[in-house]
Design a protein around this ligand. Structure first.
Ligand code: NDP
Length: 484
């Protein structure tokens, strides 16, 4: 299960080069150098993948839950068996700390497969009786060929989060990982071959979003699209897919509030807030990038948060003691830094960070940034309204619940929120009024895979997770049988 220098597409059970013969250069963000090449696929490769998926569908959809379960569990076992190889590949590709790849990204990937392989066996549908007249029962049937497109921040974790329910429900899949971080998806192709996944059931195409990704969205035989990525890309995808009446699940960007009341458990809140601000270099859609702190606690919070942030170790992601690795690309680092400049222009004061982190040795050319805290900004300035997706947070004081609710809900996004308080009624009251699909009280990123996951407003359409995902990847068909 070794990464290779020249990645290949996985079509109809075979590893194949792209038809164009062209490739995309892959950089190791922690080193700042080229380390591999991915296929630059086009519509032609996508057409072959869709053909293979279409041919595999009749058998896969009828093969039976037990067989699908057995094959998906075998695939999960292989990922777990090669956890270290997958984790090293994820860290090389993304720049994220190896501890994160080992303890979160890869374990969650095999959990996704196991969870949905099992969940399908518990999936039931409804019956509605019409007294003395008829019985209605609802069939939930696989859709056919579906497309799954995922981003670069949690590569294998989010890729499997989509593929697993699609396959478990009996669909065949054409999937595309981000062209920036395709290595673990390539390793997944190899694992599929080893697990004996039938040819055509899962096809993995590498390439640029607007070319290969868009070809998947536009293909008339791809009946449903599950997409995670930026809000602007989601908008483009919806514009193409909606007139074709495709089923669409969109998990998009966020600008999540972290609301801290003075009565919270300070230690627990502080440790978790460091994580929810800077885990994966702040490149998690669920990170709490706007931190609102109740006035009586504000100065104490600020002093401690800045002190502990300065102590975070930025550096070589392959070292087990690194807290923040590299951000995903040079371009992305430039974008994050441009937001720091914008924040200054908007009147913000940088309390720590705000600049490139100089990491020497083999990492001297890597894309590192210091974790950054900014204060003094209005809730409605651009820095507090737009998704930065890096290790940058703002802190702001508030006086009342009403005030902080207004601040929290003032953005176009509605993905997640964290609330810190020991006042249970307040927590419930706030949770009810917050515009977000996911609310955490006194915790962050505590995930039960059975719960609905997703955002409202510009953070997306639809929900993933548990039964929601299985419902998305099936068509409901009602059968009404009249009593004779
Ligand atoms: P992008 O929207 O740029 O890309 C996401 C995926 O879509 C990539 O595979 C990309 O390919 C592909 N893509 C790009 N353009 C098109 C197109 N026209 N048609 C089809 N596919 C396309 O997002 P990022 O990869 O930059 O990821 C970061 C974003 O993802 C952030 O906004 C973040 O909030 C969001 N996100 C949301 C999550 C959620 O659950 N709500 C979870 C994680 C991230 P390529 O990269 O090859 O161009």
């Amino acid at each position: 299960m070794k990464p290779e220098k020249y990645l290949k597409n996985y079509i109809n059970g075979q590893l194949v080069p792209p038809i164009s013969g062209q490739s995309i250069t892959l950089y190791n963000p922690a080193i700042g150098e080229v380390y591999a090449y991915a296929p630059d696929s086009t519509q032609k490769d996508v057409n072959e993948a869709v053909e293979a998926a279409e041919a595999a569908f009749p058998k896969w959809s009828k093969i039976g839950i037990k067989t699908r379960f057995r094959l998906m569990m075998r695939l999960a076992d292989i990922i777990e068996q090669y956890l270290e190889e997958f984790a090293q590949a994820e860290t090389t590709d993304t720049g994220k700390p190896i501890t994160l790849s080992r303890t979160i990204d890869i374990p969650r990937s095999h959990s996704n497969l196991r969870f949905f392989a099992t969940a399908i066996a518990h999936f039931s549908s409804e019956a509605h009786q019409m007294e003395n007249q008829a019985i209605n029962y609802t069939l939930r049937q696989p859709i056919g060929v579906v497309g799954c497109i995922s981003p670069w921040n949690l590569p294998l974790y989010l890729f499997t989060w989509k593929i697993a329910p699609a396959l478990a429900a009996g669909n065949c899949v054409v999937a595309k990982p981000s062209e920036i971080t395709p290595m673990t998806a390539f390793l997944l192709s190899k694992a599929c071959i080893e697990a004996g996944i039938p040819p055509g059931v899962l096809n993995i195409i590498h390439g640029y979003g607007p070319i290969a990704g868009q070809a998947i969205i536009e293909h008339p035989k791809v009946k449903a699209i599950s997409f995670t990525g930026g809000t602007n890309t989601g908008r483009k995808i919806a514009a193409i897919a909606a007139p074709m009446f495709k089923k669409l699940s969109l998990e998009l960007g966020g600008k999540n509030p972290n609301i801290i009341f003075a009565d919270c458990d300070f230690e627990e809140m502080m440790a978790t807030t460091l994580n929810s601000s800077f885990a994966n270099q702040g490149q998690i859609c669920l990170c709490g990038s706007r931190i609102f702190v109740e006035e009586p606690l504000y100065e104490r919070f600020k002093a401690e948060f800045v002190k502990r942030t300065r102590m975070l170790k930025v550096g070589d992601p392959t070292s087990a003691i690194t807290n923040l690795g590299a951000v995903v690309s040079d371009l992305h680092r430039e974008k994050i830094l441009s937001y720091v400049e914008l924040a200054k222009k908007e009147g913000g004061k940088v309390l720590c960070g705000g600049e490139i982190a100089e990491v020497g040795g083999k990492n001297a050319k890597g894309y590192f940034l210091k974790p950054t805290i900014i204060e003094g900004l209005a809730h409605d300035c651009r820095t507090n309204q737009e998704e930065i997706f890096g290790p940058v947070v703002t802190i702001m004081p508030f006086k009342t619940e009403e005030e902080v609710l207004m601040y929290a809900n003032s953005v176009e996004y509605g993905l997640s929120t964290t609330i810190w308080t020991n006042h249970i009624s307040r927590a419930n009251r706030m949770a009810e009024q917050i515009h977000a699909g996911v609310v955490w009280v006194n915790c962050w990123l505590l995930r039960d895979l059975r719960t609905p996951f997703g955002g409202m407003k510009s953070s997306g359409v639809g929900r993933e997770g548990g039964l929601e995902a299985l419902r998305f990847f099936t068509e409901a068909k009602n059968v009404c049988v009249k009593y004779m």
